[in-house]
Design a protein around this ligand. Structure first.
Ligand code: NDP
Length: 328
């Protein structure tokens, strides 16, 4: 009998890579979008798996909709990767962010509890809940001091998962994931914006790139490796939360430099600082300690920042070049 998995947010970066991983592990994979009829699922198409997954519409802020899809699919594993995922946008849409992350997570937990079935649940937690980590990397015991509506929503969802695990004995856990990138990152994210702009500059389409604070430091990993950690968490004997990170800190400045160097460009000739792009509050530095995941999940990040910026930029370059070539 095939295992059945349900991925909330299958259209996103992580949803697509997780679906791919689970298909390779011979799962029957189901996934949701807010409107599966109109969504074109470009990420699933790009990695060639759209026809292999079962797609459903579900609105996680609606308990009935959440319950209905779980009952219909009858999964043994649920992964919640849906919700408003942009830190920047969360300052403009704090309520939508809170509801799509926190209320949604409670609805899934309540639905699992209501159905009384043995379902394992993974929740996408975020390093943004920590706020600044300072000189030391954050681990599972580091307190949350979020600095954005997104970080607050993720922190609240994390504690609901923990509470349902302890109060009702659900197999529910959160991965406190640090930033992870890939060729499927949506364009609104700064890493993708940098790589895409470097490619367009190299192709002569634009000449400059406007950015906010480029001194911030982050822990950047590779998304296909991070979804492996999600799956591993649900294969454990007991449900536990894990920090998933590379443990390495790089500045945005360094990311920009690597992306531009991939196309033999000097970033200083093209990057313009724009005060409008600064956020109301920004995490200056955030990195994680993946030792628990190394030891218990036998998981380790292999693809690190310079290589990530390089792969993403070259992919963008060839994608734009090929699409220009096809234009009449
Ligand atoms: P994406 O933004 O790529 O995908 C999230 C999906 O959620 C979208 O495809 C969309 O699906 C759905 N969604 C978007 N906005 C809303 C909304 N307002 N209400 C309800 N659903 C919405 O995210 P990732 O794949 O990168 O991340 C997966 C999860 O992991 C997210 O919860 C994210 O916050 C979290 N995370 C990601 C990190 C990263 O670096 N990538 C780091 C830490 C945590 P549709 O339009 O089909 O409904």
């Amino acid at each position: 009998m095939k295992k059945v998995a349900l991925i909330f947010g299958i259209s996103g970066q992580d949803g697509a890579f997780l679906a791919d991983l689970l298909l390779k592990k011979d799962y029957e994979v189901h996934g949701t979008s807010r409107d599966a009829e109109i969504n074109i699922f470009s990420s699933l198409t790009e990695i060639g798996i759209k026809a292999k997954v079962n797609l459903h519409s579900a609105t996680l802020t609606d308990f009935h909709s959440t319950l209905q899809v779980i009952e219909k699919v009858n999964p043994s594993e649920i992964y919640n990767l849906a919700g408003q995922s942009s830190v920047g946008l969360s300052f403009d849409q704090p309520v939508e962010t809170l509801e799509s992350i926190t209320t949604a997570t409670i609805n899934i937990l309540e639905a699992i509890r209501f159905l009384g079935k043995s379902i394992r649940f993974y929740n996408a937690g975020s390093s943004e809940s920590y706020g600044n980590t300072g000189e030391l990397p954050a681990d599972e015991k580091t307190p949350f001091r979020p600095k954005s509506p997104y970080g607050v929503a993720k922190a609240a969802a994390f504690w609901h998962v923990s509470n349902y695990r302890n109060s009702y004995g659900l197999f529910a856990c959160s991965g406190i994931m640090f930033n992870h990138e890939s060729i499927l990152r949506p364009s609104r994210f700064v890493t993708k914006k940098i790589c895409q702009s470097a490619a367009r500059i190299a192709l002569g389409e634009i000449s400059s790139l406007k950015l906010g604070d480029i001194q911030i430091k982050r822990d950047w990993g590779w998304a296909p490796e991070y979804v492996e950690a999600m799956w591993k968490m649900l294969q454990q004997e007991n449900p536990e939360d894990f920090v998933i990170a590379t443990g390495k800190l790089s500045s945005l400045n360094e990311f920009i430099s690597c992306a531009f160097s991939a196309l033999n460009l000097n970033w200083e000739d093209h990057v313009i600082r724009d005060d409008i792009l600064y956020r109301p509050s920004e995490i200056k530095s955030g990195f994680g300690c993946p030792i628990k995941a190394n030891k218990k999940l036998f998981w380790e990040a292999k693809t690190l920042m310079p290589e990530i910026a390089n792969i993403m930029t070259l992919k963008e370059f060839h994608k734009i070049k090929n699409s220009n070539f096809k234009k009449p």
